[in-house]
Design a protein around this ligand. Structure first.
Ligand code: ADP
Length: 345
């Protein structure tokens, strides 16, 4: 009896030690929206935007990550890295060079997703051939969007540590932004948008029953939903813990509902069908947000750098343990403990 008790105690101690052990960490930053231009405001004039300072905040985030011990094994850049105003000012290439120069100082790989401001500045082919295409860091470089497929989507996955997987998704796959006029996806997106949004200005949410059907949002095509389903089935079968990443949030309780992906219900139903999914990380809503859904999936919307005063910060490091992830936020990003859902939830 005594020996069994000791053995049980040893197992409990082992488990407790294992659960506190850090497995790996990664950095997260959203909506830098850099432009070499005077400060301005959002569309409704309620929030200040610090276009030049955002580059300094990106630099200081990278400096902090580089100083961490142990260092983060990768960084997630959640999209909108340069602002759309660069396109009007014909400074897109220069602004991109400026942010990439900062990112090259980062001692770990940087994974990029694409937001609406990427498409205000560049077309899909330009993005696919730019340094913002980090697909070569994924495990399936040929899936999703072949470089020469104008209808493809930009998604991939990677496993930075045994039993953990990150899936980067393209929330502008079905969108009028970034799709060539007259292409199948552009036509489908425009039809969907016009059915839901009768305003002349398709960026306006005035009078909409579903506020998210505005031009600056998008969603997943059927092909991407199927691709995601396949990746998550693999992860379920291998008892992995999966974090899905996209520019747009997919749960209306984790964001201002105007910011959620068009077909978020379909995306959520894929996520909910897979017990491997533990977290969805997004940007887009500069105020940030968080929601733990009824399936135990954490929806984390990161505060945007662009609306962060120069004396503050907006980035985080997430520490992965066996039983939880711990977000240590800087500046406007709050700390959070994200316990993994129990199998069967
Ligand atoms: N309420 C609105 N009505 C009309 N157009 C809007 C509205 N909100 C944003 N827009 C337009 O939509 C685009 C994206 O808006 P912006 O505020 O830049 O988005 P983000 O939050 O991604 O920076 C801009 O061209 C902006 O002028």
């Amino acid at each position: 009896m005594v020996r069994v008790g000791c053995e049980a105690l040893r197992r409990m101690t082992d488990r407790a030690q294992r659960s506190t052990e850090l497995l790996f960490s990664f950095g997260v930053i959203a909506d830098v929206q850099y432009a070499d231009t005077e400060d301005g405001f959002n569309y409704t004039g309620t929030r200040q935007r610090y276009y030049r300072s955002s580059l300094d905040l990106l630099r200081s985030a990278i400096r902090d990550w580089n100083r961490e011990a142990p260092p983060p094994v990768f960084v997630l850049q959640l999209g909108d890295i340069i602002d759309g105003c660069n396109s009007r000012q014909k400074t897109s290439a220069r602004a991109l060079r400026a942010v990439l120069a900062e990112l090259t100082r980062c001692r770990c790989p940087v994974h990029h997703v694409w937001g609406n401001h990427e498409f205000y500045n560049f077309d899909r082919n330009e993005l696919l051939t730019s340094a913002l295409n980090s697909k070569h860091l994924g495990e399936d470089p040929t899936s999703g969007a072949a470089a020469n497929d104008p209808e493809g989507f930009y998604s991939y996955h990677f496993s930075p540590f045994p039993k953990f997987r990150f899936v980067l998704t393209d929330t502008y796959d079905l969108s009028v932004l970034g799709r060539q006029n007259g292409s199948k996806k552009h036509q489908e997106a425009l039809q969907t948008l016009r059915e839901k949004n009768k305003n002349e200005n398709l960026n306006s949410p005035i009078g909409l029953a579903e506020q998210n059907f505005v031009e600056f949002n998008g969603g997943f095509s059927r092909e991407q939903l199927e691709w995601l389903n396949q990746v998550l089935t693999f992860s379920d079968n291998n008892q992995e813990k999966v974090t899905v990443v996209g520019h747009l949030p997919v749960h209306p309780n984790s964001t201002d509902p105007i910011c959620v992906a068009w077909n978020y219900e379909k995306i959520l139903s894929v996520l909910h069908a897979h017990q491997s999914v533990v977290c969805f990380i997004s940007g887009h809503d500069h105020d940030g947000g968080y929601f733990l859904d009824e399936h135990g999936i954490h929806h984390l919307t990161f505060e945007g750098v662009i609306e962060t005063p120069p004396n503050s910060q907006a980035f985080g490091t997430i520490y992965a343990h066996e039983d939880r992830m711990v977000l240590v936020g800087r500046g406007r990003v709050p700390n959070r403990i994200l316990h993994y859902r129990k199998t069967g939830d």
